[in-house]
Design a protein around this ligand. Structure first.
Ligand SMILES: [Zn+2]
Length: 183
């Protein structure tokens, strides 16, 4: 498991559409009067679970935008590279020659905050996937991605890289709300 980066939330959107500055724990909407409880210590954590052939399951905690593809140096292995600093790498220890060097990008969008069920407000991020013109393509839940287009990922979505080859690489997105201290 690994992770990098963190952003600080500033405001949320009320159900009525008004902007709620997140300055204290109990927040009252100035327009409609709804009361909210803000939980700055809770965040939505994305985990990518990799599975391919007989390799053991590899998990990656996603905090920033990354590119998934084959390593340029040790070309058999799947690497996760930070989009900001392409040199930074995370080895998955998964061998797969059907994956392109830049196969997919996973974009983690700037933090936005939405009230959850009831009146609780927590930090929320958006996660989108983009096929970067890979040779063997990508599917989400069985639907092929159009290269260069971004698709939103939700909890339990199953992404398959190189689906029609001998060695499809399966990535499952897991979203979990946790207390920050648990990271
Ligand atoms: Zn309101």
């Amino acid at each position: 498991m690994s992770h990098v980066g963190k952003m600080i939330p500033k405001f949320a959107i009320c159900r009525c559409g008004a902007i709620l500055p997140l300055t204290q724990r109990i927040i009252k909407c100035g327009r409609c009067g709804l009361l909210y409880e803000y939980h700055p210590e809770k965040i939505a954590l994305f985990t990518l679970e990799f599975q391919c052939g007989d390799n053991p399951l590899f998990s990656f905690q996603l905090f920033e935008s990354v590119i998934i593809g084959r390593d340029g140096y040790d070309r058999n292995y799947i690497k996760i590279r930070s989009m900001e600093d392409r040199m930074k790498m995370e080895n998955t220890y998964i061998r797969n020659i059907f994956i392109s060097r830049d196969h997919v990008a996973i974009h983690v969008e700037e933090e936005m905050i939405v009230p959850r069920d009831g009146q609780e407000i927590i930090v929320k991020k958006k996660c989108k996937i983009e096929d970067l013109g890979s040779k063997n393509g990508t599917e989400i839940n069985g639907i092929p991605l159009r290269p260069g287009m971004q698709y939103e990922l939700k909890h339990n979505d199953i992404v398959i890289l190189a689906p029609k080859t001998l060695l499809p690489l399966t990535i499952t997105l897991k979203e979990k709300i946790i207390n920050e201290q648990e990271i």
